[in-house]
Design a protein around this ligand. Sequence first.
Ligand SMILES: Nc1ncnc2c1ncn2[C@@H]1O[C@H](COP(=O)(O)OP(=O)(O)OP(=O)(O)O)[C@@H](O)[C@H]1O
Ligand SMILES: [Mg+2]
Length: 305
Amino acid sequence: MTQGTPTPTPQPVDPDAGPIGVSRVIDHPPIPAKLAGPPVVEFRNVTKTYNAGRPNAHTAIRDVSFVVQDIKDVGEFVCVLGPSGCGKSTVLRLIAGLEPQHPATTGEVQVLGRPVTGAGADRGMVFQDYTSFDHRTVLDNVTFGLECRGVSRKDRHDLGRQWIQRVGLNVDVDQYKYPHELSGGMRQRVAIARTLILRPRIILMDEPFGALDPHTRMNMQDLLVTLWREVEATVFFVTHSIEEAVYLGDRVYIMSNSPGTLLREMEVEPANRPSRQMQREPRFQETVAYIRDLISELEESRAAE
Ligand SMILES: Nc1ncnc2c1ncn2[C@@H]1O[C@H](COP(=O)(O)OP(=O)(O)OP(=O)(O)O)[C@@H](O)[C@H]1O
Ligand SMILES: [Mg+2]
């Protein structure tokens, strides 16, 4: 750390602090009364060191613990925010069971009450970069997972067309297109349809709207909220946009960096009005400003190191 530079440390949470705009900081989240079963996701003191035991070993996250409860008939929308490199994607891919993030170096990652041993049909992932198969049409991309599961051509095409429509694409025209014939927003609609058609319990999204223009992004946010209510899945959504996290999230996790730890957990009012409307409200902006200051403090403290 540079000599003489005071390191701003985020202030401890005052349990009596009350609401901050549309949100509330929570120290120990209450256990909801109507639990359906084991937690959807649980991290118990999870640490991930890449290249452990080698000279280039790097601890990306340290001692991360959290619980996302399975509330009956409702999936929670959990957004993860934090400075670049703090381990957000690492957390997401540990839940997904994808290497080399999986397995954790120490601690335990559980999904629906069981330790994660690899990828599984209960979890679906949507990435920022458009990950469709270039040589497949929209319909064949959307139905790819069903094909892997051995669903008949007719059934998967019927369901595929339904999902193409549900994500706001034009079935008649778009089902025959190839990914290079689509805009970025349309490709993310395909990616969402391809994931949701499989009805995963947990949807993992890593900056899925990061490359979209603000207008398309807001439309996609509203679409996602509508679809998420229908499928009742738990969503983990990583984003760099504080507005997006506060709008979409029921719960926002704020991570600090080097190595990443979970710094704050906030409960946020649900996205029960359109993105454009909620984002104009002063209470919404108060929450955004609070989180922005918190993350700036974190980034400044890192720069001073
Ligand atoms: N496969 C890997 N091997 C070695 N180090 C890695 C690997 N993946 C990530 N890291 C390191 O772990 C840290 C956390 O990375 P991660 O991708 O989880 O961060 P992030 O919060 O998603 O960042 P961003 O916001 O930029 O996407 C970074 O320092 C990164 O360089
Ligand atoms: Mg990332």
